[in-house]
Design a protein around this ligand. Structure first.
Ligand code: IMP
Ligand code: MG
Length: 176
């Protein structure tokens, strides 16, 4: 069997770092004095989270959660479940969810509903990548890194069957 290869780079390491610094600046201004909790959605958002928090000089705390991926083909029964929950109680806290990519919006939609039930003071979202072409669930996203076209991408935390997460850039997969 032929090994999978990566294809064209669509967002370089330099462009990622530049944009993330801009997002960090906005977040620092907006959350000054609010002691926010930044929640990383494992595993895809881990690289984005690690770089983002190092651009934020204000006091923050971080936490992690892991969710099962839904199966779009199974409809309702495909709702996401929390596999590893937060350590921190987010009631009355200012919460910012850090996610790698928003595609259909199902994953974030379910997750936000679960977190909202815990009564945070506020609940907002920062995503690195937005692929609006396949959006089904419309969600407000306060901080967005890049809009990307309707193509599967890997790298910088994003995987194809758990591979390629370590690449320092975002690229396509080679199809041929
Ligand atoms: P959604 O629920 O359709 O919005 O999909 C979001 C989730 O699907 C993300 O958290 C990713 O884990 C995964 N995903 C969607 N598109 C891609 C991609 O192009 N590459 C890698 N993972 C993706
Ligand atoms: Mg993910």
């Amino acid at each position: 069997m032929k090994e999978l290869e990566t294809g064209e780079v669509i967002i370089t390491q330099g462009d990622l770092q530049k944009r993330i610094a801009e997002l960090g600046k906005s977040i620092s201004e907006d959350y000054k004095g609010k002691d926010p909790v930044l929640i990383c959605v494992l595993k895809g958002a881990v690289v984005f989270m690690a770089d983002l928090i190092r651009t934020i000089p204000i006091p923050i705390v971080i936490d992690f959660l892991s969710i099962s991926s839904y199966d779009a083909g199974r409809g309702e029964s495909g709702a996401v479940r929390i596999i590893k929950d937060l350590d921190i109680n987010i009631a009355k806290r200012e919460v910012l969810v850090i996610e790698d990519i928003i595609d259909t919006g199902f994953t974030l939609g379910y997750l936000l509903r679960i977190l909202k039930a815990r009564n945070p003071a506020s609940l907002k979202v920062a995503v690195l990548l937005d692929r609006p072409a396949l959006r089904i669930v419309d969600l407000p996203v306060e901080y967005k890194g890049f809009e990307i076209p309707d193509e599967f991408v890997v790298g910088y935390g994003l995987d194809y069957k758990e591979n390629f997460r370590q690449l320092p850039y975002i690229c396509k997969l080679k199809t041929a």
